[in-house]
Ligand binder design. Structure first.
Ligand SMILES: CC(=O)SCCNC(=O)CCNC(=O)[C@H](O)C(C)(C)COP(=O)(O)OP(=O)(O)OC[C@H]1O[C@@H](n2cnc3c(N)ncnc32)[C@H](O)[C@@H]1OP(=O)(O)O
Length: 398
């Protein structure tokens, strides 16, 4: 999501474009212009997140985080913000399998969003891992506020978190949360505490970057896909290599691949061709996406300034709505026809008892049986219901 200012000036980002905004710690430390720009980033990203999750209400915006202990982790590059993740502590009542209720106070993932043009390229994992390090925790020790299906898939894929007991409050706490710390401690995090104090005590400094060593040791675990055992990520110079990120793939020199993986020359050619093709098609898809996003962003920006002006629907959305409207109308018309047919049939049936004999098998309540006025036709009946069209009867063979 592009803005018309540099995001690094608002929140300090490390060389991977990762940073954290701690409202408490930054109070009175940024200029009013910076505050306004930060507001724009949080409001826009928060709004997009709510739309992406199909929520009626925005969970994250600048005003909502003020005065809280929440932390907003962001990933950005230049003027573009790719995503954010908001965490904060909550008191929750947790009901276990036996129905016992206990009170817990976990750190919660409250909002998490990666821009549509960047999803499934590893940004989510990058941000999540950065947050884990900053918070000195591990995924199973977090609670997740109303996680979307995408987040559920994300947690399953990257952290094998699956089992939980559904709660009334819609927070998800995985079963592993209650396992002893000894078993669950994330070894990787054990000695890599990025900040020595919890954020609550964090009034004087805003965390800026992680130790270099730590970044390197984690870089291999980024979820960029590996193909044919070629560790593509290892050779990407940095996350700032936009080509690499955009296509989700890196092209290695043939020699490097050959040396590293001992593949035959032919295999290498094939692999490179595949990667090239996939880059090509991904790029063209992304270009389409970008131009759509650009129009939408431009449109949003134009209308974003004055909240009192009601934003007319985006032309594209308009057309889409028209189509949906037409479809609904057509379905309603079809439904009308079917309803008319049903009414007509019911009417006919109520007039003509003989057409009912196939239903005779269903009769089971003998108390309600009557003797047919058409006794001579060989049917008895009982009344089942009545309507505008008269009484309905079920007939059965004598
Ligand atoms: C508590 C809460 O905040 S709930 C709200 C969670 N946010 C949303 O649902 C908003 C829309 N979605 C997103 O913003 C993103 O998809 C996120 C934040 C959930 C994940 O970020 P990404 O950058 O896409 O994640 P990343 O690339 O690291 O990992 C990809 C994995 O996430 C999951 N995932 C991401 N997008 C999808 C999707 N459209 N459908 C199913 N799974 C998905 C999959 O497990 C995927 O792995 P796969 O591609 O091999 O199937």
């Amino acid at each position: 999501m592009e803005f018309n200012f540099i995001i690094n000036k608002l929140v300090q980002l490390d060389q991977q474009g990762l940073g954290v905004y701690v409202p408490r710690a930054s109070r009175n430390k940024i200029s009013s212009q910076q505050e306004q720009q930060l507001g724009q980033v949080l409001n826009t990203m928060g709004e997009r997140s709510a739309i992406a999750q199909g929520l009626k209400q925005v969970i994250t915006n600048y005003d909502k985080v003020q005065g809280t202990d929440q932390r907003v982790y962001i990933v950005a590059e230049g003027r573009t913000c790719q995503g954010f993740l908001k965490v904060g502590q909550k008191n929750l009542f947790y009901r276990d399998m036996m129905g016992n209720i206990k009170e817990i106070k976990p750190l919660c993932v409250l909002d998490f969003y990666v821009h549509e043009s960047c999803q499934r390229q590893g940004y989510g994992k990058l941000l999540f891992e950065y947050m884990l390090q900053g918070e000195q925790t591990s995924p199973e020790k977090l609670a997740y506020d109303r996680p979307s299906p995408k987040l559920i898939a994300f947690l399953k894929k990257h952290y094998n978190l699956v089992k939980y007991i559904a709660q009334n409050n819609n927070f998800v706490v995985f079963d592993q949360y209650f396992k002893s710390d000894g078993q669950q401690i994330n070894k990787q995090n054990q000695n890599t505490r990025a900040y020595s104090q919890p954020y609550n005590d964090y009034s004087s400094q805003i965390p800026t970057s992680y130790p270099q060593q730590q970044l390197q040791s984690n870089s291999k675990s980024y979820p960029y896909k590996q193909e044919n055992n070629i560790d593509l990520m290892q050779h990407s110079s940095s996350r700032n290599n936009k080509e690499f990120l955009n296509a989700g793939r890196a092209i290695l020199s043939k020699e490097e691949i050959y040396k590293k993986d001992n593949l035959s020359q032919q295999n290498i050619e094939n692999t490179l061709n595949n990667i090239n093709n996939s880059q090509y098609s991904t790029k063209s898809l992304q270009q389409q996406q970008y131009s759509k996003d650009y129009q939408l962003d431009k449109y949003d920006n134009n209308w974003g300034a004055d909240k009192n002006v009601k934003k007319p629907p985006f032309p594209g959305q308009d057309r889409q709505l028209d189509k949906i409207q037409q479809k609904i109308q057509q379905t309603e018309r079809e439904l009308d026809v079917v309803n008319q047919q049903i009414i007509k049939q019911r009417h006919n049936l109520s007039q003509d008892p003989l057409t009912q004999n196939h239903r005779a098998q269903n009769v089971y309540n003998t108390n309600q049986f009557g003797t047919s006025p058409w006794a001579q036709t060989g049917f008895n009946y009982y009344q089942t219901s009545s309507s505008n069209y008269g009484n309905h009867y079920t007939y059965y063979k004598k």
